[in-house]
Write a protein that binds this ligand. Sequence first.
Ligand code: SF4
Length: 212
Amino acid sequence: MTSIFDRDCRRCPRLAGFLDDVKTKYPDYYCGPVPPFGDPEARFLIVGLAPGMHGANRTGRPFTGDHAGILLYRMLNAFGFSTADESVAADDALRLIDSRITNAVKCLPPQNKPVGAEINTCNEFLAAELAALQPGSVVLALGGIAHQAVVRALGARQADHKFGHAAEHNLDARFVLLDSYHCSRYNTNTRRLTTTMFEDVFRRARELVRQS
Ligand code: SF4
């Protein structure tokens, strides 16, 4: 069975080459596949798109060190899934409680845009991670690409499971898939995703995890 992560993976040549270039420019940055972060036994799994240049790619922890993580970690804390409401660095004291964060694509893509082949290649890791979830779990997909990656990992038909903010999908016996717009700076600044909208999604996730 595939492991859920490989720190030395270079299966996507474009991304591996890009990370080499970024490492030359920013020698202090992590610049590698970013591992999932949180409780390995978690019943709440959050799936983002890919590491951000100056966030996870710098710190080595998902959604840590840039704007995209601000609202996410605030929500995790507000709904009892973390010990702090801010994620500063990979070695800070923050711990996730019954929750884990991963990305559909583990390496930083140029312009934050992985190509289809990269999403598909990395999907093996996501599939292994989903396969390890215990019954009664909740998977929260942040954005359409993360949603599609989850659907793909399960071998389900995309046409039968369309992304929609706050939509819920029962496509696996082990978990409910919940969708949200991504908590990116762009989406929060344009109010495509408001704090209230994100709160509602987290409230629902909390409810589903509690019911299990
Ligand atoms: S994106 Fe995933 S599959 Fe591609 S090189 Fe990085 S870890 Fe490997």
